[in-house]
Ligand binder design. Structure first.
Ligand SMILES: NC(=O)C1=CN([C@@H]2O[C@H](COP(=O)(O)OP(=O)(O)OC[C@H]3O[C@@H](n4cnc5c(N)ncnc54)[C@H](OP(=O)(O)O)[C@@H]3O)[C@@H](O)[C@H]2O)[C@H](O)CC1
Ligand SMILES: [K+]
Length: 500
């Protein structure tokens, strides 16, 4: 798992790296520019496309000057435009301006918007402002950014689009450069992983600029992002002589007469993630569907939506409750009965979360280390309305501690909150997965890992990461516009197999 950095922490890492590797800050800037240029060349190999690099006079601008020099040397046609709106400049900016001039590269400077020339370049590199942003854009900066956005060219931002905050709440009124691609240094900025970024970032890539990883990983921060290796490390290989009894028994309490699909998707995902035994507690009307679709699963029928009084709760290692369950009084009883009967961790999803939201007294019965998987609307129903994503991060961290539970706020980059106060982003997934039933599959996967004996936190990390990874692979291999929940769950065994 990798720590995510705030702008301040990034500056600290910068300072530490310079001191401990006995290098000059301009050398670190050179590394950043080199890493940016390599990524840029891969994305835009056509050297006939003309490039204009717009630079501020801080270190983001310094990066821009170094990038311009490197791209010029690589054979691109590069123009440099420097916005000298203030008298200040950083020393590494000055150092890079000297290097640029020594190469004979032509540059333009403008002190006010009126001095700006018409822009012909096909690609604009945005190196105006970076993580040094300390207030919303106004005056000349605002006009410049609005003008750049109005040109309709391909914009590639250095580190972060100018005007966009790396962390903290985003106001709808903030104006930022709208980039096609942002090439960011060392780590994605936390705000890239929140939906507000869609306003200015179509796509981002992260390049390693050689900041000291030991220092970064030792920083005290709640924010982290999952990686392939953090998942592989957690997955357990199957031992010789293991049998179905080794891999637990899961109960999926789900489905309604008209929402049996949710129960089927959840139960099949649970089975495909590797539980030894999977039982589905479903409405009696759904038995034929279950038998046809998942002959491997067992059924525990709910007549008139009531769990039989003699259900042997103790034989289950983990339970999922919610997909397609409904929010009727009977469904509430099903939830209440489950909460009163089962004290091991439970995975709560969909209607189980809605029922908890409308019956706060039931929240006290949620077993420790349970996993709640709300999407944003369910999250707000459960914990109250939020006016921005940073408020949700705060609430998620507080509630996970208070309830001693893992909360997964499902999103493009799902956010996992742990009882220890961690806020971990999942990088996998694709917009192709935005289709019904995906949440049911995820719930089945988490429950399966739990039933197999994984710690709840690990079960949540594994399920969320592998769910997204499987979706990503299916969409890229088949160039699929959409990945359905049914196709994703079929792929789970291979997706796990590839990671172990
Ligand atoms: N560790 C790393 O990740 C590295 C990052 N690099 C690059 O450095 C920038 C950050 O550079 P910095 O010099 O700190 O700041 P900026 O270039 O973003 O901004 C320069 C100054 O602009 C002023 N400012 C801030 N907000 C505004 C605004 N809204 N309007 C006008 N001016 C603004 C502010 O100065 P003040 O004195 O006016 O407050 C900024 O200081 C990072 O993004 C990377 O690109 C390194 O090259 C490598 C290591
Ligand atoms: K920028």
């Amino acid at each position: 798992m990798l720590n995510l950095l705030t702008s301040d922490q990034s500056r600290q890492a910068d300072k530490y790296t310079i001191q401990h590797l006995s290098m000059q800050s301009i050398d670190l800037m050179e590394r950043a520019a080199l890493a940016f240029s390599e990524a840029f060349i891969k994305n835009y190999p056509d050297k006939m496309r003309s490039i204009a690099v717009y630079c501020g006079t801080g270190n983001n601008g310094g990066d821009g000057l170094a990038i311009a020099r490197l791209l010029y040397r690589a054979g691109y046609r590069v123009d440099v435009k420097i916005a000298r709106f203030s008298g200040k400049s950083s020393s590494d900016f000055d150092g890079n301006l000297a290097r640029l001039m020594s190469q004979g590269i032509i540059f333009d400077e403008f002190r006010k918007i009126a001095d700006l020339r018409e822009e012909q370049a096909s690609i604009i590199i945005d190196a105006l402002l970076g993580t040094g942003l300390n207030k919303p854009l106004d005056g000349e900066w605002l006009t410049l950014v609005e003008w750049l956005n109005s040109l309709g060219r391909t914009v590639v931002s250095v580190d972060i689009p100018t005007g966009f905050k790396a962390e903290g709440p985003i106001s709808k009124h903030d104006v930022t450069v709208k980039s096609e691609l942002t090439i960011s240094f060392q780590r994605p900025k936390i705000n890239f992983l929140l939906p507000d970024s869609a306003l200015c970032i179509k796509r981002f890539e992260v390049v390693d600029i050689g900041l000291d990883e030991g220092f970064i990983q030792a920083l005290s921060t709640p924010y982290a992002i999952l990686t392939d290796s953090s998942i592989t490390r957690r997955l357990k290989k199957r031992k010789p002589f293991s049998h179905k009894g080794t891999f637990g028994h899961a109960l999926i309490v789900a489905g309604g007469i008209q929402t049996m699909g949710a129960a089927l998707l959840c139960a099949e995902a649970c089975l495909n993630t590797g539980t030894g035994l999977t039982t589905a507690s479903i409405p009696s009307e759904g038995l034929t569907a279950l038998n046809i679709r998942i002959p491997e699963a067992m059924a525990s029928l709910r007549y008139k939506n009531v769990i039989p009084a003699d259900l042997a709760w103790e034989k289950y290692n983990a339970i999922a409750i919610g997909p397609g369950l409904g929010v009727s009084d009977e469904s509430k009883l099903v939830l209440k009965q489950t909460l009163n009967s089962f004290r091991k961790p439970i995975v709560f999803d969909a209607d189980a979360i809605n029922l908890l939201a409308s019956n706060p007294d039931l929240v006290n019965l949620v077993p420790k280390l349970s996993v709640l998987t709300p999407h944003v609307k369910e999250f707000d129903r459960l914990f109250g309305e939020h006016s921005n994503w940073w408020e949700r991060l705060e609430t998620g961290m507080n509630k996970a501690k208070e309830l001693d539970c893992i909360i997964i706020l499902k999103n493009r980059y799902s956010i996992l909150f742990t009882p220890e106060g961690k806020c971990v982003f999942n990088p996998t997934g694709t917009p192709a997965m935005s289709s019904g039933g995906m949440g049911d599959v995820l719930t089945g996967m988490i429950t399966s890992f739990l039933a197999q004996g994984y710690k709840p936190e690990d079960a949540a990390y594994l399920a969320v990461f592998i769910h997204g990874k499987a979706g990503q692979e299916l969409s890229s291999q088949n160039r699929a516009y959409v990945v359905t929940a049914g196709s994703l769950l079929k792929d789970i065994p291979q997706a796990i197999g590839k990671m172990i």
